[in-house]
Structures are given as structure tokens and as C-alpha cells.
Design a protein around this ligand. Structure first.
Ligand SMILES: Nc1nc2c(ncn2[C@@H]2O[C@H](COP(=O)(O)OP(=O)(O)OP(=O)(O)O)[C@@H](O)[C@H]2O)c(=O)[nH]1
Ligand SMILES: [Mg+2]
Length: 315
């Protein structure tokens, strides 16, 4: 293949934003072609920003998936929204996703207030069009969305089926400046393997539980031993109450077994080794408001020892 002249090479930073459940993480995975962000039908699945990089002959895009924009109550939620705010700065383009099958325009109005300060161009992505039988329904939705925010343009897609994603990539590249290749071509994400492993376990929990349980769960890797033929992983599942512990263990330990047997093949695929997985459930009352627990769960805080630890704010 002929090499692109260097001056035509485009690169830049693009954040994926939107309400919980809009399909941001599904879109990130579809772009990258690998599962790097967990997905579930429960809102607030993503709790931190996830970088996903695509490298093509025409250029490189560094995408950033973000937590869904929602009202905050706990310290965990506040950190999630800080992550969203951080994903607005120094971007070349923002993609704002709306679930076209459940647009909930009133909530969008509140979420879009987040974008009022930004000068960065925002493109509206109407996702889940596979769930819209009559595509003519999209036109009034586009009009109403434009009344809420001056989006530069609109691209209807299905992150799930891949419908119109080539067009969306084209649109993304059209907003990028000429620039360098920031990462090697095989670089897909910034997440350490251990964090991704804990996320994959959390995904299985989210998919298997309901109501308040998904929001009350965190996963912390306790042990990671790489042996010649297998990797031994043990993880603690944190919950907030004894009742939730009971739900996660299940009758005769069935639920925990199910979570483990669903997570293991994905861990094996990611690591390319056999995995021996042990899961424990621990009650950690109020962990979503405990700075030390949140720091332990935050891989970026773990990596940058130099970063200042937030003061514990009493009630
Ligand atoms: N039918 C359909 N479902 C989709 C599509 N994209 C995402 N979904 C589903 O929507 C649900 C939410 O997807 P996520 O990718 O986790 O959504 P998110 O915006 O990252 O959600 P948060 O992380 O909670 O903010 C999952 O059940 C996905 O399978 C799509 O294009 N079509
Ligand atoms: Mg997500």
C-alpha cells in the first residue's frame, strides 16, 4: 500500500459523551474492534474514562469513553462526573450520543448543560437505529435535538450492528488536524490488564444482578500470580450490605459460580493463558463515599503515587 504523505496524516483526541446507557462503551469497542470497555444494560456501567485508539493509514484517533452524565450523590458519582469534565478539555471533537429509541429529551437538556462551556465542536450521534423500524422518525428527533444544542451535524448509527460506523469514522477524521502518530499502531488502550480483569468480572455481576445491586458493587484484584501454565487471579467483590452479599453468593453459591464461569473465558481470551479464578464477596459499608477505597479502586491513583490524595471530607 502506498504510504500517505506525512502532511496528510491526521490525528486527534475525541471524547464520547452522553447519558448513561446511550451506548458509548459499545461504540468505543466497535471502533477499536476489541472489548476494552465493559457494557451492560444497567445505567452507570462505566465509572472512569477509558482510552481506545484506532490507527489507520489516514491517521490515528484517540477516543475517550466516559461515564454517563447523571446527577451525583456519592463521592463515587462525583468522581465519575469529574472524569466527564476532564474529558472535555483539549479535545478536537466531542461525540454526544443519544439512544434514538429512548431519547428522553428532557434529561438530555440537563446533561447538555455540561457542554455549554466548551468551544470544541460537538457532533450528535443518534445510536441504536437498529431499534427504529421507521427511519423517518429520526428527522423530528434531529430537529428537537438541535433545539437543545447547536450540534455541528448528526450521524445516525448502530454501535451494536456496525451500521453507518464507516460514515461516522469519516466524519470524525474530517474534524481532526494534521498531526503525529501519538501511539504505536498496536496500542489499543491505556488500561492495565489487572484493571481490565476486574472490570470484566464487574461486567458479569452487572449483567446478572438488578435494582441497587449493580451500583453497590466494586471489584478489587487481590492476587495475580503468573505461573508457567496458568494465571491465578483472586478478586474481592465489595458490596455495601449483607443482603447484597447473600444475593451475589446465591443459593449454594450458585450466583458466584455463574459469575466466575462467565468471567473466566473472557479473562483467558484477554491474557492468552488458562486462568484459575477465585472470587470472594466482602461487605464494605459505604465504600462509595470512602476516599481510601475509591483510591484503591482507581488505577490511575495507584499508578501516580505523586498525585495528591484528596482530603477526607466529613459529613
Ligand atoms: N439495540 C442496540 N443496543 C445497543 C446499541 N448500542 C448499545 N446498546 C446496548 O445498550 C446498553 C448500554 O450500552 P453501553 O455501551 O454500556 O452504554 P454506555 O453509554 O456506555 O452506558 P454507561 O457506561 O452506563 O454510561 C447495552 O445493553 C448495549 O448492548 C445499539 O446500537 N443498538
Ligand atoms: Mg459505558
Amino acid at each position: 500500500m502506498a504510504k500517505q504523505p506525512k502532511s496528510k496524516y491526521k490525528s486527534g483526541f475525541v471524547s464520547l459523551l452522553g447519558r448513561p446507557n446511550a451506548g458509548k462503551s459499545t461504540l468505543l469497542n466497535a471502533f477499536v474492534g476489541e472489548k476494552i470497555a465493559i457494557v451492560s444494560d444497567k445505567p452507570q456501567t462505566t465509572r472512569t474514562t477509558v482510552q481506545g485508539v484506532i490507527s489507520e493509514p489516514r491517521g490515528q484517533v484517540v477516543f475517550l469513553d466516559t461515564p454517563g452524565i447523571h446527577r451525583t450523590d456519592t463521592q463515587l458519582n462525583k468522581r465519575m462526573m469529574d472524569a466527564v469534565r476532564g474529558a472535555l478539555d483539549a479535545r478536537d471533537l466531542l461525540l454526544y450520543l443519544i439512544d434514538a429509541a429512548r431519547p428522553e429529551l428532557e434529561q438530555q437538556r440537563q446533561a447538555l448543560e455540561f457542554l455549554q462551556r466548551t468551544e470544541t465542536p460537538v457532533v450528535l450521534v443518534l445510536n441504536k437505529v437498529d431499534r427504529i423500524a421507521d427511519k423517518r422518525e429520526l428527522l423530528p428527533l434531529i430537529e428537537k435535538s438541535m433545539e437543545l444544542y447547536p450540534f455541528r451535524e448528526t450521524v445516525p448509527v448502530s454501535a451494536l450492528t456496525g451500521d453507518n460506523l464507516d460514515e461516522l469514522r469519516k466524519v470524525v477524521f474530517s474534524y481532526l488536524p494534521n498531526g503525529p502518530r501519538y501511539f504505536p499502531e498496536d496500542h489499543l488502550t491505556d488500561q492495565p490488564e489487572r484493571f481490565l480483569a476486574s472490570e470484566l468480572i464487574r461486567e458479569k455481576i452487572l449483567q446478572a444482578t438488578r435494582a441497587e445491586v449493580p451500583h453497590s458493587v466494586a471489584v478489587a484484584i487481590e492476587q495475580w500470580l503468573e505461573e508457567p501454565k496458568l494465571t491465578r487471579i483472586s478478586a474481592n467483590i465489595l458490596v455495601e450490605r449483607a443482603g447484597q452479599k447473600g444475593i451475589l453468593i446465591g443459593a449454594k453459591g450458585e450466583m458466584l459460580k455463574r459469575i466466575g464461569s462467565e468471567a473466566r473465558p473472557e479473562l483467558e481470551k484477554m491474557l492468552g493463558t488458562k486462568v484459575y479464578l477465585e472470587l470472594f464477596v466482602k461487605v464494605s459499608t459505604g465504600w462509595r463515599d470512602k476516599t481510601n477505597v475509591l483510591n484503591e479502586l482507581d488505577w490511575r491513583a495507584q499508578f501516580s503515587q505523586a498525585s495528591p490524595v484528596e482530603p477526607v471530607i466529613g459529613e
